[in-house]
Design a protein around this ligand. Structure first.
Ligand code: E4P
Length: 223
């Protein structure tokens, strides 16, 4: 299973990358907005430079999202984003216009992450449009009392039925159990917030056990 970090924060990306378990990064406009200190002076050039900085840290796929609504605009933006670095994956929303842009961009060798996916039919369309990744948002489905992981299960089964090469990227992850369930289902990737990556390593029995080992270790002389 691949782990992406779901953030645009360079410090978080560096820290997660240093753990040696990071395979890529996903960003979205809301995550980028969080790291912008001076919104009045943050240009599109600044956004592209920020994506380039992320690519310099992590040697894997980095999703950068389009911020336009028509297919033509998404295509122009997607081409611009893809030219930043060979690891950039262009994120397009699963709308009718987004599908047209995905088909065009993927046809020209640009990798696509189909985002804002909330149904199996949308996931089928993403695969047919040549997306490299499909992003079902499990947390946002859970938020409206709908089982997010049931959608992941359906997408994985459908993609297996037809051997679609599109990778299932579980997004909107809120806690470690989402990661466990995604792994049990066999999703290809989970994109995880920095705080949750930390939680994955934590266990109170590990902390207690280590405390005891360190106390008992005093009998082991190393002089
Ligand atoms: C990542 O690709 C998604 O944009 C992100 O996981 C959405 O997460 P949220 O639902 O917590 O905003």
């Amino acid at each position: 299973m691949k782990f992406f970090i779901d953030t645009a924060n360079l410090d978080e990306i560096k820290a997660a990358n240093d753990l040696g378990v990071l395979d890529g990064v996903t960003t979205n406009p809301s995550l980028v907005a969080k790291i912008v200190q001076d919104p009045d002076n943050f240009t599109y050039e600044d956004f592209k430079n920020h994506i380039a900085k992320i690519c310099d840290i992590v040697g894997g796929p980095v999703s950068a999202e389009v911020t336009t609504l028509t297919a033509d605009e998404m295509i122009a933006q997607g081409e611009e984003l893809a030219s930043i670095d060979e690891n950039v994956v262009v994120k397009c929303p699963l709308t009718i216009e987004g599908l047209k842009a995905m088909r065009h961009l993927s046809g020209n060798g640009i990798r696509i992450n189909a985002t804002l996916v909330f149904s199996p039919t949308q996931a089928i369309l993403a695969a047919k449009a040549g997306a490299s990744y499909v992003s079902p948002f499990v947390g946002r489905l859970d938020d409206i009392s709908t089982e997010g992981m049931a959608l992941v299960e359906q997408i994985v089964r459908i993609y297996e039925n037809y051997r679609y090469p599109t990778e299932v990227l579980v997004a909107s992850v809120r806690h470690p159990q989402h990661v466990v369930e995604a792994a049990l289902i066999g999703a290809d990737v989970a994109t995880i917030p920095f705080s949750v990556i930390g939680q994955l390593a934590k266990h109170p029995l590990t902390d207690n056990g280590l405390k005891r080992f360190m106390e008992d270790a005093v009998v082991i002389r190393n002089d």
